[in-house]
Design a protein around this ligand. Structure first.
Ligand SMILES: NC(=O)c1ccc[n+]([C@@H]2O[C@H](COP(=O)([O-])OP(=O)(O)OC[C@H]3O[C@@H](n4cnc5c(N)ncnc54)[C@H](OP(=O)(O)O)[C@@H]3O)[C@@H](O)[C@H]2O)c1
Length: 330
């Protein structure tokens, strides 16, 4: 444990794309746990697209930020948390946190599963993909699927889970040729395209000439309009996120043929993963055996060193990650 604790604060609101100078690393002595609490030294941090949304108002300025984190209990003044235990909690963006037992979740020990997986494919990211497919799309065997933001954390988990659930063709879009190649070579996608090279509707028509049954949408904008056109009868749109708009709030509204929704009997449904935390055990039951057998791989971009957390966050917003982006304690 270092003697100094570091905590990231947001110092200014962004207009458009955020920058590193809108954050500050605050130094303080490592906090002491009060009776009933424990001190956690954080080991892995998640930086997420929703943090960009919080930068517009949800994050208080000049105050510690929230974020999903895994850490080890290093000093405890509560019988409920033993020193050495690994816990999940939401006091991220800082090296150390003082937590109450009810603020943490113990990480189960599944032999052979790396710790980082509990923030990626077994964490909120994987849970989002799992809920999107099983509860919202209600994906059936043999159905064809299109995923936007396919090379990110949710997108790679969606493609891999869909494959394990018996999907038909799985098609993804992403922001570079390299990431498109990763999707088809490594992540189980049948086809992938770089959405920057042509209108999304044209690229999707080429990749899925007979249409798709399900669209899992991490991006919104043109992707959503294009996918509604490509969906078959009784198709489903699962609205997961709208990252194409987080840095461009003035982006024009999505254009799509509203009659398509009626004439093809489409269902468009969004959800927030926080309303589906009861699916966590089901996700473990589904995914852990596949992780152990090697049928499932956790796609991750790991950045080493807490002092690089802001850099990692901005990198993710620019598409510099493949799979879930995580920061690991040096
Ligand atoms: N509903 C929920 O409860 C829930 C939970 C978790 C996440 N989400 C949402 O799911 C989406 C993915 O989250 P994640 O954590 O897995 O992040 P991620 O996909 O790992 O990272 C974000 C990715 O977004 C892409 N991107 C950035 N700007 C874009 C733009 N203008 N147009 C298209 N793509 C853009 C980048 O990839 P490219 O190189 O492909 O551009 C980047 O890698 C986000 O919209 C997030 O808000 C929702």
């Amino acid at each position: 444990m270092t003697e100094t604790a570091l905590t990231v604060h947001q110092t200014a609101r962004p207009t458009g794309f955020p920058s590193a100078d809108q954050f500050r690393f605050a130094e303080s002595p490592v906090p002491e746990p009060d009776p009933g609490t424990a001190l956690v030294a954080n080991l892995y941090w998640s930086v997420d697209p929703y943090h960009r949304e919080l930068m517009d108002g949800g994050f208080a300025l000049h105050a510690p930020l929230e974020g999903r984190t895994l850490g080890r209990v290093v000093a405890s003044r509560t019988p409920s948390l033993a020193e050495g235990e690994i816990v999940f909690h939401r006091q991220g963006w800082r090296t150390h946190a003082v937590v109450r037992p009810e603020e943490v979740r113990r990480i189960p020990h599944h032999p052979g599963v790396p710790l980082s997986a509990y923030l990626s494919v077994l964490g909120g990211t994987g849970l989002t993909a799992y809920v999107a497919l099983t509860r919202i799309a209600r994906l059936r065997r043999g159905e064809d699927l299109f995923v936007s933001g396919a090379a990110g954390g949710v997108g790679t988990a969606t493609g891999r889970f869909a494959r394990l659930l018996g999907a038909g063709r799985v098609i993804g879009s992403t922001g570079s040729a390299e990431k498109a190649a990763y999707l088809t070579r490594k992540a189980g996608y049948d086809a992938a395209f770089d959405y920057r090279t042509a209108p999304v509707a044209d690229l999707l028509a080429r990749a899925a000439p007979t249409g798709v049954d399900v669209f899992v949408d991490n991006v919104g904008g043109d992707h959503l309009g294009a996918a509604i056109g490509a969906l078959r009868e009784r198709g489903r749109v699962v609205r997961v996120g709208t990252i194409s708009q987080y840095n461009t709030p003035d982006a024009p509204p999505v254009r799509f043929d509203h009659a398509d929704v009626v004439e093809k009997s489409l269902r468009v449904e969004g959800f927030l993963v926080k309303d589906h935390l009861d699916a966590q055990e089901e996700l473990y039951d589904f995914a852990v055996p596949h992780l152990r057998s090697g049928a499932l791989v956790a796609d991750e971009t790991v950045i080493d060193g807490f002092e690089r957390i802001v850099e990692a966050f901005l990198l993710m917003l620019r598409g510099g990650n493949t799979g879930k982006i995580l920061v690991r304690a040096a």
